[in-house]
Every structure is written in structure tokens, then in C-alpha cells.
Design a protein around this ligand. Sequence first.
Ligand code: 7TS
Length: 408
Amino acid sequence: MSPVTLGERCRADFPILSRTVHGYPVAYLDSAASSQKPRQVIEAIQRYYERSHANVHRSIHTLGEEATELYENARDAVRAFIGARSREEIVFTRGTTEAINLVAQVVGRTLVPGDEVLVTEMEHHSNLIPWQLACRDRGAVLRAVPVRDGCHLDLDAFRRLLGGRTRIVAVTHVSNVLGTINPVAEMARAAHAAGALVLVDGAQAAPHLALDLAGLGADFYAFSGHKMLGPTGIGVLYGRQEVLDRLEPAWGGGEMIKEVWIDRAQWNDLPWRFEPGTPPIAEAVGLAAAVEYLDTLGMPRVTAHEQELTRLAQEALAALPGVTLYGPPPGERRGAVVAFNVEGIHPHDGAAILDEAGIAVRAGHHCAQPLMKRLGIVGTLRASFCVHSIQAEVERLARAVSTLQAQL
Ligand code: 7TS
């Protein structure tokens, strides 16, 4: 199957794509913010609530056992999907943001004044603010790897910034603005050689790239279900077992303990030590269905399809007068986002006009203000692609963008 027809084949699975916006069939080009859901995911959640719902890990009754089995099976499905070694390494969270905050809390507690945390200039605020808080609380120093040539990390600067005081490197796998795919395996090797831990923000990678976390070498890897065809309210923190094993829990509550006295407690085994309280059960069931859907398509095919559409969009937009594109040039392997500006048009105005034509794109700083500052802009428009995206939508986008200047 040619990559472009993958989108045509998938479309019927996404009920929302049959609706119209302002009289036009919706062209949903905002999957990087949150993806739409295939019927298979919606139905799995509905089936769960109609047939198997109860609380997990505590009930002897049949429904409780079924819910527990579905929840734990979802963990196994995620483990296999991302190539982790064991189910102990898969912690369910509410999303990428919570996963990163969890690590920032537990690793943050181990920081002492003068320790360093290394992030990059292209991080989403989710992978920046938790580290600002941790550093502020512990007297640690936050440093950032600069972005050079508008879209790549300066790896020489990275090596210079890595030092004996660096405790953790927190870097995004794929930039949500530029689409740059960072060399995270290489960065993890360098960070480990310097004695630092590595957290990779995989929010924009897990939906689009085949992952092999055992091979990648990161200590932590965070991503969100809702960006990869799954429901909102669930995400994953992968943690290398040897590392998770020696960490204290982030938060306390039910289910994360083995035995409790009034003044102390014995922690539960992995991964439950990091999952206090009633977890997102239906959401885990939905995420398992999303992972199964992506697996059936095959991640290499998903990647090829999305990269082809990304290239088509880059070429179509670059051909228009007054359009500036951000990120690596066409042909370089990159994520499924295309950020751009149109001369004289504020991104918010541009997005509002595109919406009138039924085209949904994101506009603004994309929660990456330090990157915007580095690029010297207030924001961008951004189109992003998914399994159901098709060439006709790219062409509609380019046509609509070509009329923007005339409409203001
Ligand atoms: N990290 C990256 C790289 C992201 O792109 C996002 C969300 C997050 C973390 C946070 O994920 P959450 O699910 O916990 O909210 N990015 C975007 C975006 O690009 N547009 O809207 C949300």
C-alpha cells in the first residue's frame, strides 16, 4: 500500500471526520495537540463501562477481577508497543505532564545545592517548569542546550554543558514545534558517561515512531495517550527498572503500599509504588485499543505515511509567497508537524480564517516560549498529521493559506 492511501483507508474508522465545520468537511490538522479517536478505541471504552467496570486490585468479585485484568493487560500492551523489558517499567499517569512532574519530584528530592539539571531550548513547558520548580526548591542550577540554525540542538554545547554536577538531562525526542527528531540515544550515552540520568519527553514521538526503549537507553520516557489515538486522562511513564527500584514514591495513597503503620509504610512493588489511588482504568483500556490499532497498521507504515504528508505540506507551503517555514528542511526525517508563518498575519488571525474554511490548525507559542524567543517570533501556525490525514487536506490547507493575505 502506498503511504498516501493509508490515510484514505483509516478515515472510515474515525467518526468525527464525518462532521462538518462551517459547512465544510473538517480537515483536522491538529493531532499534535490531541488526536482524534478511532471507533475501536471508543467502543473498547464503552464496552468496558457497560460490562466490566469496578475498582482494580482490591475486589474479589468477578467484575473487579475483570477490570484488574483489563487494566494490567493494557500495561502489557504498552510494554510491548514501546519495547520495554518488563511490565514493572510501565507506570500509568494522567499524561506526559504528570509523568515528567513525577520524575521531577522524586529525582528533585535527591538534588543538593550546586547540582545541575540540563534541559534544552526546544522543550515544551511540561519538560521545563517541573525542573524549574525542582531546582528552585533544592538550590540546583538549570541549564539549557541551545538550538542552533533554527532547528537542531547544538550537540557540542550539550557535551560542554554536561559536567560532573549534571544529575539529569531532560530532552524532548521530537519537538512539538519544529518537528526535529533529536539524537536521544546518542545524548543518553553521553549523559550516562557523565553520570547523569536521562528523561526523554516522548509526547510527539510515541504516536508517530516505532519505539525500542530497551535499546534507546533512556532512564525515563514520558508520553500521553490522547496524542496517540487513545483517550484523555492517561499517559505513561516508562522507567528503567534498576532506576525506578531505588526511587521513593512521588505521592502517597492507597495501593502504593504493602503494609502501613501509623508512622511509616512499606512501599509496594513496581510499578504500583508510583500509582497511588484509583487509576484511570477505562482510559487504560482505551489506550490498549489505540496501541492495538497502531500495531495493526504497523508503526513503520504510520511513520512513512506521516512523513510523506509532512514533506508534501512543507513543499506546498514553501511555494507560497510570504510563507516562512520552521524546522528541518524537506527530506530530513522529522516529526509530523509543520510550523509556519505568513508575512503580515498574526498566527491567531490565520487560524481563525482557516477555521472558517473547516481547517483546524493550532496557532500560538505551542507552550514553547523559550523556543519562540530563540526564533524571535511570538508564535506560529502549525499543521500536524496523523494516520487519517490525506493529501487532499494538505492541498486544501495550501489553497487556504494562499488566500490569507488577501483576506486581511
Ligand atoms: N511534551 C510535548 C513535546 C508536547 O508536545 C506536549 C503537548 C506535552 C509535553 C504535554 O502533554 P500533555 O498531554 O501532558 O498535555 N503538546 C501540545 C501541543 O503541541 N499542542 O497542544 C499540546
